[in-house]
Design a protein around this ligand. Structure first.
Ligand code: S3P
Length: 169
């Protein structure tokens, strides 16, 4: 069986897209890429700075441009930001030559894994759990609709998730 050209990971903040993406890329012999990190490198600034100066809209424009650029990269595992699925024009870019994996994660795990994080502007709120719940309600149906594979990550080590994924890709 032949491997897909690209594996694209989608899912909420705290799903483990970066950790699992790195390990999966190693397992498949693919390159690992992360839209958020490349945006930060190109911009020479971190995501909170981009949100502050350019607003969420500015960040989303950069994200769409990055998805477009990376859509023709072969033999890659691509980790995307949690909101990358929200712009309809991004969806064909995510789908292009790829298998889309949705890392489905409970709110409790999302909260746990993002607790000490300062790099996610959307969670710099009095009640980050409420934000995660609202975003999940909006986004879960879209992740689900886009996904070729839905992989549950709760109570699993990244290594186990990767082993299970490698068997299904
Ligand atoms: C966002 C998720 C973040 C990052 C930005 C916005 C979102 O990526 O793209 O802070 O809208 O959910 P991670 O999902 O990698 O944390």
């Amino acid at each position: 069986m032949s491997l897909p050209k690209r594996v694209v990971l989608v899912g909420p903040m705290g799903a483990g897209k970066t950790t699992i993406g790195r390990l999966l890329a190693k397992e498949l012999g693919y390159r690992f890429m992360d839209t958020d990190r490349i945006i930060e490198e190109r911009c020479g600034a971190n995501i909170p700075w981009i949100f502050d100066v350019e607003g969420e809209d500015g960040f989303r424009q950069r994200e769409t441009a990055m998805l477009e650029e990376l859509s023709s990269e072969a033999e890659t595992v691509l980790a995307t930001g949690g909101g990358a699925v929200m712009r309809p024009e991004n969806r064909p870019l995510l789908r292009k030559d790829s298998i889309i994996v949705y890392l489905r994660t409970s709110i409790e795990q999302q909260v746990e894994r993002t607790r000490k994080d300062r790099n996610r502007p959307l969670l710099q709120s009095e009640d980050p759990e409420a934000v995660l719940r609202t975003l999940f309600a909006l986004r879960d149906p879209i992740y689900t609709e886009l996904a070729d594979i839905i992989m549950y990550t709760d109570r699993k080590s990244p290594r186990l998730v990767v082993r299970q994924l490698a068997n299904r890709i």
